[in-house]
Design a protein around this ligand. Structure first.
Ligand SMILES: Cc1cc2nc3c(=O)[nH]c(=O)nc-3n(C[C@H](O)[C@H](O)[C@H](O)COP(=O)(O)OP(=O)(O)OC[C@H]3O[C@@H](n4cnc5c(N)ncnc54)[C@H](O)[C@@H]3O)c2cc1C
Length: 393
């Protein structure tokens, strides 16, 4: 028992150490930096490089492949602190969880070829190609095809909202290797591939940026007879849905941690402003109508944080955590949005001034109720898989 306590204490200390180091790194990239990125649709290459060089984006890569070999609990602390600093973690978070598909389903040749380079920052695996314009959330109906031809697969089709592809060397792509009407299970017939983006662009892959509400570097992809080596198949042919699904719990926990970071950012900003802004000769925070919503947001963010921690600990212990990962994502994305709304209201008209940074973070945190999975789909999961209610779709 004492040993277990000691291990937990040491882990907690290490997490505090990580938090402090990430905070110090992020402090070099202040909110003006992020405002400028947002205004110019820029990509923060220097920030991402520094985060990678410091080893923070490789925390989940095992030590044998050059990473830190830590767990999702530590990775969540990194992402939370990035968001709490006022940064937009959407520029870099995918490296953490897309890598998991290669780690869990790649063969040894793929792992040794890619993981050490990803850990060293020589290769960026930041892109994940799943969503399609005509099938959306109904992933198992996706239409992009990958047909085997000799030692190659030939890809045809279209993807949408594929983020960071212009700032990534590799993409994990999900495509159909067997027609939907030929498979007995609807999750069969899809395969995952590692695509060398630089080699593909202009040779069967066209990339078109989407003009979007936030600076997330999302693009439409058009595949026209793109040929990739058959050796780039990730996992078993026809079982690619599992490759993608296996990474989803980690992704949900990390996104939830980002929302906790956003939520704490908004609560900090709202509290500070409510204390310093004087109207009617007193701080606005003296009014219960101003302070109660901030206190409620704080409470909601703290509660969500506990669910993130529970999910991360289960994940790291190798135990089932689908319910907790989904619930963490739902609670945290709603709490951060609520905190953002309260922060806007607390700042009155100044919330709309870009120099206050709140409207940018408000736009950014809204994404997480829609992507990578929408709230309704999480509720469906809980209803069906936790509560035993009939499947609704
Ligand atoms: C900025 C941004 C970045 C993204 N990055 C990526 C990326 O890198 N890679 C990638 O593959 N995808 C990415 N996506 C796509 C994202 O995962 C999808 O937008 C999301 O999964 C929802 O799919 P959809 O937009 O097609 O919505 P739809 O599937 O069309 O759904 C629309 C609405 O209907 C609801 N709905 C649909 N079916 C049901 C149902 N059965 N029951 C109840 N409600 C339902 C949904 O909850 C949603 O609110 C990104 C999206 C955005 C906006």
């Amino acid at each position: 028992m004492a040993d277990t306590q000691q291990i937990e204490d040491e882990q907690q200390q290490q997490i505090e150490h990580i938090r402090l180091a990430v905070r110090q790194l992020c402090a070099k990239y202040g909110e003006e930096y992020w405002l400028e990125m947002d205004r110019t649709l820029g990509y923060p290459s220097d920030f991402v490089k520094e985060l990678t060089d410091a080893g923070f984006l490789g925390v989940l890569i095992p030590e044998q492949y050059g990473g830190s070999g830590l767990g999702v609990l530590e990775a969540a602390a990194v992402m939370e602190e990035v968001c709490r600093s006022g940064a937009h973690a959407g520029v870099c978070h995918a490296q953490m969880y897309v890598m998991g598909s290669v780690l869990r389903h790649g063969n040894e040749a793929q792992k040794t070829a890619y993981l050490p380079k990803i850990a060293r920052g020589e290769l960026r695996l930041q892109s994940f190609g799943v969503t399609e314009p005509t099938t959306g959330t109904n992933t198992t109906s996706l239409k992009t095809t990958a047909r085997k031809r000799g030692d190659s697969y030939v890809i045809n089709g279209q993807k949408v909202w594929i983020s960071r592809i212009q700032h990534s060397d590799l993409m994990v792509l999900l495509a159909r290797t067997q027609d939907q009407d030929k498979v007995s299970k609807k999750t069969d017939g899809l395969s995952a591939f590692i695509v060398d983006v630089k080699a593909a662009e202009g040779n069967g892959l066209e990339i078109r940026p989407i003009d979007a509400m936030i600076n997330h570097h999302s693009c439409e992809l058009f595949f026209d007879d793109l040929e990739i080596p058959a050796a780039n198949l990730l996992g078993e042919e026809g079982k690619g849905f599992k490759v993608i699904l296996d990474g989803m719990n980690a992704e949900r926990i990390l996104i939830a941690a980002e929302c906790v970071g956003d939520g704490r950012y908004f609560v900090d900003k709202a509290s500070a402003y409510a204390n310093e802004r004087n109207v009617f000769d007193r701080p606005i925070g003296q009014n219960q109508g101003v302070q109660f919503p901030i206190a409620r947001s704080y409470t909601q963010v703290e509660a969500a944080s506990l669910m993130v921690e529970k999910a991360a600990r289960l994940f790291d212990a190798g135990q089932p955590c689908g319910a907790e990962a989904n619930m963490a994502k739902l609670l945290a994305s709603e709490a951060s949005w609520q905190a953002g709304d309260v922060c806007m209201q607390t700042h009155g008209g100044f919330a709309f001034a870009k120099e206050y940074h709140i409207e940018r973070k408000f736009r950014e945190t809204r994404l997480y109720q829609i992507a990578p999975i929408s709230t309704n789909l999480i509720l469906s999961y809980v209803a069906e898989h936790v509560l035993g209610l009939p499947r609704s779709y």
